[in-house]
Design a protein around this ligand. Sequence first.
Ligand code: NCD
Length: 304
Amino acid sequence: MRGRDIISILDLSRDDLYRIFGLAREIEENMDKYINELRGRVLALLFFEPSTRTMYSFQTAMSRLGGSCLVFSDVIRTSIAKGETLGDTIRMFDGYADAIVIRHRIEGAAKYAADIAEAPVINAGDGTHHHPTQAIIDLYTIWKYRGRLEGLNIGVLGDLKYGRASTSFIYGIAMFKPSKLYLISPEELRLKNEVKSDLEKMNIELLETSDLQSVIGELDVLYVTRIQKERFPDPAEYERVRGSYIVDRDLLRNARDSLMVMHPLPRVDEISTDVDDTEYAYYFKQARCGVPVRMALLKLVIKG
Ligand code: NCD
């Protein structure tokens, strides 16, 4: 995988994913063995949109491999404030770093960066499009705790229209032939037609519904997402759908014992805190998986 750009989860095959999972698990078990793996290597983190987990887990991952990071997230203090273009910014960091991680509000920004840079480019979120590394973490979490990815009943809840984490997760899990994919959202936030038709081409059985209660008992995984307030062109549209779903203990009384409730985080109010200490809650475990998974990915992309 050395030198490869990771723009969409579909850039990876199942074999690539299993390779990443295997290495991530090996790293989790033998963290100290990898402390000099990327010594002297430099990772550029270009964040043009807010981030907590993604940015800090990449930074942690690079540190734990013995490398270092150039963190570019405060646009005000850099030349962007003087009018430097994205293309020139990429050219600069391409000269400094062994790999570039980029998050940007514009769809296609990561692909654009990859076309310019010689160094491998990893998409950490481009607008409403893709968030492949989050999807790798999500799949790893299911693989690690459930033992398999194939043949599960997967529910994805919330903002399927603007959510890039949910879109990437949906494409990712589709590669592992879910038994059924439940797309649960308000009418206004249905999955984009182009994604739906891709899934139909992949022969995935889909069920679209607004009614979480009616399907909760059938699910192996419930992937909850935040309504992406910042993506709505009209604030009134957001007001109509905010707070549409709340996953709480009461709802989960009808769930299978083995249900995994996941969330890429940050959550606002869509999972009640009373779920946090139940056996259903996997979202903090999922966030922890971010470090070993990103360590594995960086090692494979920078060093092979
Ligand atoms: C997601 C994102 O930025 O798309 N966050 C993340 O990286 N874990 C999800 C979100 O913001 O709702």
